[in-house]
Design a protein around this ligand. Structure first.
Ligand code: NAD
Length: 504
């Protein structure tokens, strides 16, 4: 987590990406312990977003492959669910050790396919691996309850049962951590899984699966089905509707989350949904402005703004607005170095794909056209490539502008002025999503009131980073259902079984 927090530090080494020498660059999917092609033999290219070079061509799987993977996970569940918690913990711990040991190699793969700077990619491996370590410990504490019965000579026992096969569908923005956060927990609980990684970043998932294989997980426990954007809906349909799937664990957009939730409902399946956010970052006059700006850099520019829990709306009290915006601008000039992620010194890589780059550009153009003021940045950084965008601050943004209510998912900080606590609460809460929120104040009473009244799953007081293995991460409203991390993250993958013992 320390490295994750310092991810805006520059890289210490320069590296020319040579895909042929990359460790753990797997070009097959992973089903039932075998590295396989698609049954149709179709492939799709994985591109480096910094230069559009093809890193690898990998299987473009479809519904038939998804069914094969579910069959393997179903078969392996028959024995896996009876393994001891101690054995599951030991395997998770070995997987953790291997990921940490190979963090440089894994980080190179993330940088190649997701574009993020190497130091930040390495931070993601350390952060993502921490879930495996944490759930290795948690596996041995999935306790039940013995409850005093209302009847004589009887006893009530509650135990936690694994849900079975879990379909894991993940996004591209944290291609390693979004997998370990789910898979570490579900394996600890005694489930098996089929992972469908994002089409932009499947290579990290395959590398993680290789290390899981080396850690000793038996065949069929972890399966990875790779698919292009074209085939994702067909694969997703099977992963949500197959009767042998017990749970759908999804991280991604609210739009896709709703589609999957609808399909899961047909089979009354459990869901765990980590969806989009629109996180407010609130600064009151009593705040330490320099500290708030440091944290704003983490909350906004980590992964170049492509984080669900990234600050989307900066709500700054009128008394400190100018001072905050000026300091924020200066910090951007000092810290935001744009370029390909593998180049030494770079802190802001490309956006993931052309759709994302076009979206950010059009949101800023719309706001400018309607009167928003650009403090810094405000246009694509085309000198670096088609997917790079300048680190940007906008002010004078109005509710009628598209950027006001949308999840930006890019390096654009939108700063609004407010005057009272009531006003800022109303602005902050006026969104259909409710993932994270950030508050900067030295007034203890105010901090307490904000914690109570902000309608978000998570509230950070005087901090810009919320994620870790220990807390329960997740949102309310359209930001999702369920929690990841903490003991609650494991409970997501269990059902409670009630057994009544009656003395004869
Ligand atoms: P996305 O919803 O487009 O895609 C996520 C995954 O769903 C990918 O694997 C994709 O291939 C798959 N998918 C897309 N359509 C599908 C369909 N019809 N059926 C089955 N699978 C389908 O999201 P994205 O663009 O990859 O990620 C960005 C979004 O993820 C943002 O909204 C962000 O806020 C959210 N996110 C949330 C969290 C969280 O913890 N709440 C974390 C990271 C990202």
């Amino acid at each position: 987590m320390v490295i994750f927090r310092s991810s805006l530090l520059s890289n210490t080494k320069s590296l020319i990406m040579d895909y042929r020498n990359m460790h753990f660059l797997r070009k097959n999917a992973y089903i039932n312990g075998q590295w396989v092609n698609a049954q149709s033999n179709a492939v799709f290219p994985v591109l480096n977003p910094a230069d559009d070079k093809v890193i690898a061509e990998i299987p473009d799987m479809d519904a038939a492959d998804a069914k094969t993977a579910i069959a393997a996970a179903t078969e392996s569940f028959r024995t896996w669910k009876y393994t001891t918690a101690k054995d599951r913990a030991a395997m998770l711990r070995r997987w953790y050790d291997l990921c940490v040991k190979n963090q440089d190699h894994l980080a190179e793969i993330i940088t190649a396919e997701a574009g993020k700077p190497l130091a930040e990619a390495k931070g993601e491996i350390v952060y993502g691996s921490s879930f495996l370590e944490f759930f290795a410990d948690t596996a041995r504490h999935i306790n039940g309850e013995v409850i005093p019965s209302p009847w004589p000579n009887k006893q009530i026992m509650l135990t936690r049962q694994p849900l079975g096969v879990v379909s894991v569908i993940t996004p591209w923005n944290f291609p390693f951590a979004m997998i370990t956060r789910k898979v570490g927990a579900l394996l600890a609980a005694g489930c098996t899984c089929v992972i469908k990684p994002a089409e932009d970043t499947p290579l990290t998932a395959l590398a993680a699966a290789q290390l899981a294989e080396e850690a000793g997980f038996p065949k069929g426990i972890i399966n990875v089905v790779t698919a292009s954007r074209k085939n994702a809906p067909a694969v997703g349909k099977v992963l949500c509707e197959d009767p042998d799937v017990g749970c759908i664990s999804f991280t991604g957009s609210t739009h896709v989350g709703k589609i999957l939730y609808g399909m899961a409902a047909k089979g009354v399946k459990r869901v765990s949904l980590e969806l989009g956010g629109n996180c407010p970052f609130i600064v009151f006059p009593s705040a330490d402005i320099n500290h708030a700006v440091e944290q704003a850099m983490m909350a906004k520019f980590r992964n170049n703004g492509q984080a669900c829990v990234g600050a989307n709306r900066f709500l700054i009290h009128a008394d400190v607005f100018d001072a905050f915006v000026e300091a924020f601008k200066n910090k951007i000039i000092e810290k935001c170095i744009i370029g390909p992620g593998y180049k030494a010194g770079v802190t802001c890589g490309p956006l993931i794909n052309i759709e994302q780059a076009t979206k950010v550009k059009s949101l800023v153009e719309d706001a400018r056209g309607r009167g928003a003021k650009v403090v810094i940045g405000g246009k694509p950084a085309l000198e670096h490539g088609t997917k790079f965008y300048e680190s940007t601050i906008l002010t004078d943004v109005k509710p009628e502008m598209k950027i006001y209510g949308e999840e930006i998912f890019g390096p654009v900080a939108v700063c609004h002025k407010f005057n009272t606590e009531e006003e800022v609460l109303e602005i902050a809460n006026s969104t259909r999503t409710g993932l994270g929120s950030y508050v900067f104040t030295k007034d203890l009473g105010q901090a307490f009131r904000m914690s109570q009244k902000l309608e978000f799953g998570m509230v950070a007081i005087n901090d810009g980073v919320l994620s870790a293995a220990e807390p329960a991460f997740g949102g309310i409203k359209e930001s999702g259902i369920g929690r990841e991390g903490s003991k609650h993250g494991v409970e997501e993958y269990t059902d409670i079984k009630y057994t009544l013992f009656s003395a004869l």
